[in-house]
Design a protein around this ligand. Structure first.
Ligand SMILES: Nc1ncnc2c1ncn2[C@@H]1O[C@H](COP(=O)(O)OP(=O)(O)OP(=O)(O)O)[C@@H](O)[C@H]1O
Length: 278
């Protein structure tokens, strides 16, 4: 049985003036330990689908089943990483990583060996993200990329079986993004987590994903699913391979097609239209 089964999921945002159909009839099965990337034009419902998987948004129709259980609320089995790192500025790196676990220990009156094993887990994650040297630093002393590493470690602290990532590297410069790509692939191999990763960036989607799910807007739905024909162990030089470039071009063409943008002139027209409507 698949790890996650998304069946006929629909979502309508009820707004006073006009309801917005954000998702319609979305069907997708995700396998255990799979790395799935979601791409598509702005407004095609990528974040809404991710938030429904996280249990942060309710669906209007359909079902989401994780590990055989129907889900509708957040749970410790699913952790989310957002574009903005949202670390606690008053806590050090290691305490940020431990924070949720510490709350659990305090709340549930667990034993000292539970505290010890949580500390061991936090130290191991610190090592995994390569930040042992800044263990006691505070978030404002770290670069954006380092802060996002801490946010990832914090999300992994409770050993979630699914990691949901909403444009986690969207605010980083291109060199830092490349480093983060290899780091998240390494984490995926070590932690054996199932990852669902939303991005605007087709190159990022192809480099990271075992399958790329392309969504299309109005209403948001799945357009196509592309298996990525690259070796499991990715290296940056694969971005220059024929297979990589062909898939990237194919997905970009499908995105243009799904939004009705076929030429640069169409793109300009669309932008002018948006400006005159604003
Ligand atoms: N809270 C909300 N209330 C009303 N409409 C919403 C809300 N959140 C999203 N929408 C609408 O639902 C649709 C899908 O939005 P969503 O943010 O999921 O798309 P997206 O593909 O993640 O977009 P982007 O790539 O720009 O982040 C859009 O039309 C959006 O305006």
């Amino acid at each position: 049985m698949s790890k996650v089964i998304i069946q006929n999921v629909g979502k309508v945002f009820e707004r006073a003036a006009s309801p917005t159909p954000a998702l319609e009839n979305v069907n997708l099965s995700i396998e255990d330990n799979e790395f799935i990337t979601l791409v598509g034009a702005s407004g095609c419902g990528k974040s809404t689908l991710l938030r429904i998987l996280a249990g942060l948004e309710y669906r209007t129709s359909g079902e989401v089943v994780c590990d055989g259980r129907n889900i509708a609320t957040p749970g410790a089995d699913r952790a989310m990483v957002f574009q903005h790192y949202s670390l606690y500025p008053w806590l050090s790196v290691i305490d940020n990583i431990k924070f949720s676990r510490q709350l659990k220990v305090n709340r549930e009156n667990l034993s000292s060996s539970d505290v010890e094993s949580a500390s061991g887990r936090a130290e191991a994650l610190l090592n995994l993200i390569g930040l042992s040297k800044v263990r006691d630093a505070y978030p404002n002393q770290l670069s954006g990329g380092m802060q996002q590493r801490v946010a990832i470690a914090r999300a992994l602290m409770g050993r979630p079986s699914i990691l949901l990532m909403d444009e986690p590297f969207g605010a980083l410069d291109s060199q830092t993004r490349e480093v983060m790509h290899d780091l998240i692939l390494h984490i995926h191999r070590i932690e054996k987590t199932t990852i669902v990763f939303v991005t605007h960036d087709v190159e990022e989607a192809v480099y990271l994903g075992q399958r790329v799910v392309l969504m299309q807007p109005r209403p948001g739905r799945i357009h196509s699913i592309f298996p990525v024909p690259l070796p499991a162990l990715r290296t940056q030089d694969m971005k220059h391979s024929e297979a990589f470039r062909a898939l990237r071009s194919e997905i970009l063409a499908r995105i243009r097609e799904s939004t009705g943008i076929t030429t640069d002139l169409d793109m300009l027209e669309q932008l002018n239209l948006q400006n005159s409507e604003a």
